[in-house]
Design a protein around this ligand. Structure first.
Ligand code: HEC
Length: 92
């Protein structure tokens, strides 16, 4: 019984962290005005690209536009874009 309760709590915590990271990424994209240049159609997977390349693009764009994101925040945004749009296999 205790085990099940522990497992459920764990699942809830993990789900919450994931949801929080998503919300955070959405908010960051809004604040950095990423969508002033992009639309959803820009975020399409291509055979020559992968998660690492996507992450490099996100990093380049956040630097070029002075978003001032920390590395872990940039990674959160890359993961978010990947989860919603690209669906590359994530290695890091
Ligand atoms: C001033 C315009 C501009 C802004 C603002 C901008 N980008 Fe970009 N972004 C570009 C251009 C130009 C490219 C290169 C397009 C190409 O690959 O040909 C690009 C490429 C990308 C790509 C790669 C697209 C792909 O799949 O090849 C991603 C992801 C991306 N940007 C994310 C972001 C994020 C996140 C932000 C907000 C920090 C942002 N961009 C803000 C202009 C912009």
């Amino acid at each position: 019984m205790l085990k099940i309760t522990t497992m459920i709590s764990y699942l809830l915590i993990v789900t919450n962290i994931t949801l929080f990271a998503n919300e955070e990424a959405k908010e960051m994209i809004k604040e950095a005005e990423c969508m002033s240049c992009h639309n959803k159609e820009d975020f399409k997977p291509t055979p020559k690209k992968n998660f690492t390349k996507l992450h490099t693009s996100v990093q380049a764009c956040q630097l070029a536009n002075d978003a001032g994101w920390f590395d872990d925040e940039t990674l959160d945004v890359s993961r978010y874009l990947n989860k919603i749009y690209y669906k590359y296999e994530e290695k890091n």
